[in-house]
Design a protein around this ligand. Structure first.
Ligand code: SAM
Length: 269
């Protein structure tokens, strides 16, 4: 990762960070220099003169709090990010779930779906496995603008490098020189919703597979732990959670998961 020059952080910033953590569950110490710079940029843009004033402003106005969170959370994504994991889902996890449920009706969740690459990648796998399309894949994110982009479904070709060549004409229409549009048949397989993973409730014993990758980076350890427990209850027995390639769930046994593979956690039967 690129080395960032540290920002001088006055003691008031520590108090601000603690209050934001209590309010939202976000840990501003993750990626601290980038975050500190972003906090400053937003303070300047909104003409705020102190961290106290800024905190009052965002804590009293849910709209502004949402803008603040949108600004901090970065929506970088791509299709089939870390491809080895995806081919494991395709070749092992999905066939196993079909066998287990004795059904092609599986329920998937992309938690932190950003601009749609992850849920659309799942939708391609679902289509390739002939899964029932009456059950759309849930795709949740806190960031309304990212979800708008996801619903538009237009991507630059560099985001498609991991899509198998023969799948391109099946799932995308070329749009101009370097852009591709997701086809409607794939869009119909995904249902996007604005959700806050920390605050919003999840259905219980509902999902067969949950993907939550590259999302929890800013979460405090308590918020992470709470979220992983929510995932556990949201999974049907036998269901899987796939985390990002830097996101080990250290307390997975304590929560009740088993870990049958790298970054893969399973609620036992
Ligand atoms: C880096 S993207 C990850 C996209 C995708 N999962 C991937 O791995 O390519 C992180 C996403 O998590 C979302 N996010 C962060 N905090 C969230 C929260 N509390 N609830 C829902 N989504 C959140 C951000 O808005 C952002 O779109």
């Amino acid at each position: 990762m690129r080395e960032e020059r540290p920002y001088p952080a006055p003691p008031e910033y520590d108090i601000f960070k603690r209050r934001v953590r209590e309010l939202t569950g976000l840990d501003l110490d993750a990626y601290k220099y980038q975050i500190h710079r972003r906090v400053h940029m937003l303070m300047q843009r909104w003409n705020m003169h102190s961290y106290d004033q800024f905190y009052d402003y965002i804590s009293k106005d849910p709209e502004k709090l949402r803008e603040f969170l949108d600004y901090l959370t970065i929506n970088v994504s791509e299709f089939f990010r870390n491809p080895v994991r995806w081919w494991h889902l395709k070749d092992v996890v999905i066939p196993e779930l079909v066998d287990l449920r004795k059904s092609k009706k599986l329920r998937f969740l992309s938690a932190g779906a950003a601009t749609g690459e992850e849920p659309y990648s799942l939708a391609m796998l679902a289509n390739e496995a002939n899964l029932d399309d009456s059950q759309p894949i849930d795709a949740w994110d806190i960031d309304v603008n990212a979800l708008k982009k996801a619903m538009d479904g237009v991507y630059h070709q560099r985001q498609l490098v991991n899509v198998p060549k023969e799948w391109l004409p099946r799932y995308f229409e070329p749009k101009g020189k370097e852009l591709y549009q997701i086809k409607d048949m794939l869009k119909r397989r995904v249902r996007f919703s604005v959700k806050d993973l920390i605050k919003d409730p999840f259905p219980e014993e509902w999902y067969d597979l949950i993907l939550c990758r590259n999302v929890v980076i800013y979460f405090s350890p308590e918020a992470k732990s709470k979220l992983y427990r929510k995932f556990y209850t949201a999974l049907r027995p036998g269901g899987y959670l796939m985390a990002g390639t830097t996101e080990h769930i250290f307390e997975y046994k304590e929560i009740g998961f088993i870990s049958p593979g790298a970054f893969l956690y399973r609620r036992p039967m």
